[in-house]
Design a protein around this ligand. Sequence first.
Ligand SMILES: *Cc1c(COP(=O)(O)O)cnc(C)c1O
Length: 488
Amino acid sequence: MQFIETRGNDGQKPSSVPFSEAILSPSASFGGLYVPEKLPNLDKDFLEGHLSSHYKTLALDFLQAFGIDIETEVLEEALKRYDAFDDPSNPVPLSQIEEDCFVSELYHGPTRAFKDMALQPFGYVLSKLAQKRGEKYLIMAATSGDTGPATLETFKNQEGVKVACLYPDGGTSDVQRLQMVTEDGANLKVIGVKGDFDDTQNTLKDLLASEDFKSELKERGIKLSAANSVNFGRIIFQIIYHIHSYLELVRKENIKMGEKIYLVVPSGNFGNALGAYYAKRAGLPIEKILISSNINNILTDWITNGAYDLTTRELIQTESPAMDILKSSNVERIMFDKFGAVRTKELMEALESEGKYQLTSDELALLREDFDASFSDDEACEAVIGKYAKKGYIMDPHTATCMKAYETLRDEKLPTVIYSTAEWTKFSTTVAKALGHEVEGDIEALQWVSEHANVSVPPMINGLFSKPIIHTVLVDKESIKREMLNFL
Ligand SMILES: *Cc1c(COP(=O)(O)O)cnc(C)c1O
């Protein structure tokens, strides 16, 4: 199975590539992205055949149905990463919080955010490919919190790949910073940047665009890849848990096979939602995918009136920082699927040159066949966290944005799966505040919430506060290049 390009082909790059190429070199012609030429078939036979399958078996069969050019043994090894999740017999548990509302918990991996679901197996596959080809790759990430720890964790001590992670000093929670600066591995570099997330991201962009940095990499025989969700190697693993959640509902007899359900996805770069969309297109019985956002609600606009407009917006910092995103990269893959490459290129170029575009009413209607959207501000999220804490369920602020979509967007009262993308322990000061106790740091918040709500803090979070700090480099923007070259 081959991968094609969202903005068409420029005549320089091959017009289609295998999976391995799409994940090692994820940038396609005209700045576009790689997408699968076709999807496997998730018909009733496939679903029924996996009713009693373990997550890993479902995943392996799905990946093989995709026909990707990765050997079975490599995929099997990659999927063993799920054995290190809290419950190896079920890495993605489903909790019921209302008669017809279920939380699919995607955060039971090593860094306590859903990024592990894809990055854990992806890191293994990418590094095996690099080793097999005898090539060396550099992955650079600018992070505001969850991507950094998950990227470091998956590539730690893997041959063929080096990772450099830039974070804004003071711009992450204590837990998130500690997850990065205590991560030990000879192939890892973590650099604190004096400035905010924008400064950090711009520093990275400048570095990646600089000709002399590129020629330094070339001299050292190092290629650049990416581990953000522009990389299809992450998306492919994000289709699987949607199938799993559906099968869990059938197994628990909450639905019958074939019955339709709603999914609610708290979204930023739209990778999680894209996975749901591909599952629906492949045949999973999903009525609609409901997208939830915080007040950076550009996705709500896009899905409710077809406008994608950056010119009237500035990024606002919220208590759900992983969704503080205005340029959502995977929207492009949806547009390609619905409107084709020519139109996608036109729309994305308008976004780059004018900062906005508007879908036609026909295009909007096509989009709304699969999606609807709503958003919640911080106050509403805190109220949701408080409400469910009283019922004995603790959720993080990203997950909390889902409840408004669940309450207001369903045309029929079908069973609904909402996705929990982070454990509360990553955002404990917000959760403590929602439960009526304002504290400064994570240590105090973790302890207070754990006592008052009677929930435990997992060892990998508690242990962070006594782990030795490995990475102490803190630099201003001008010194990043020197730091990077030292590392390489
Ligand atoms: C990354 C992230 C999201 C957003 O996911 P996308 O796939 O980028 O839409 C939501 N919540 C948390 C906690 C995250 O880490």
